[in-house]
Design a protein around this ligand. Sequence first.
Ligand code: GLU
Length: 329
Amino acid sequence: MTGTNTAAHIADGEPARPTVTGRFAPSPSGRMHLGNVYAALMAWLSVRSQGGRMVLRIEDLDDRCRRGRWDALLIEDLEWLGLDWDEGPVYQSDRLDRYERAFEALRAQGLLYPCFCSRAELHAASAPHASDGTPIYAGTCRGLSAEDVARRRAERPGAWRLRVPSADDPRGDVAFTDRVYGPQHETLARDCGDFLVRRSDGVFAYQLAVCVDDAEMGVNEVVRGRDLLGSSARQMYLQDLLDLPHPAYAHVPLLVTADGRRLSKRERDCDLGELRARFGTPEALLGMVAHAAGIAPDARPRSAGDLVELFSWEAVRRHPANLVADGPR
Ligand code: GLU
């Protein structure tokens, strides 16, 4: 009984949390790339400049991210960069019972319904799309009767969607201020529609898992790529429904290639294997990233620790920085 965290917590009361807790939350679907380095650096700098605590959470719910494939390399790359953490790695695949509980709590509120729409139906040419590219759900399965559900379920397993308030119901209006992009506002019914909390293969959706985890890990500052800016309203809505606190949000610009395309895992020359070989030291790479991000006056090599005192959110550029062209070839 002794020595477990739980026992220590009970003996000493709740451990005092430092004011700021941030996180790295990578999905190990491939090697880290330059965009991940940028987001990870900013998350780390923000936390360390405030004397806060960092959590590493491996988001491995999706099959493409299965444990034992890319996670070890990802951890090694973070270590090489000198971006350390205080808690973790925590694997989402070890936490399914938590997501199940949150899922059941939403279901008990009568907010979930099964959806049997195929990918092709969802992506129909006429479907409007949310800012993150997911189709805005037309509500096709919203009103299925119990008999319809039973009949459809015999054909294929259903996914689960969360019913969002109608567009004229103020409960579906979500507003927040992003530290980089300023005031944001979404009307869920219009901007994303009823969204998935569990896929038809049983995998919990990112939106649900991230809310449960951030709250349970005490994360109160979320720093990530701009591609997830449009997810924040959904997450804040879920946090309200599950009675969880809202973290502060900072989304950082996406990086583009020399010819203006968004960086992705497909750009082999920007993965960390390639970058480590090209830059040679973490300082050379981080110095370049920090300069392009707007926080270092020049691209001189600098360690993560050197950058802490240069960091401020005011300095961070909003527009996409072209890091590739600036780096050594
Ligand atoms: N796992 C997500 C990704 O790698 C990030 C999730 C988040 O930061 O909320 O894109």
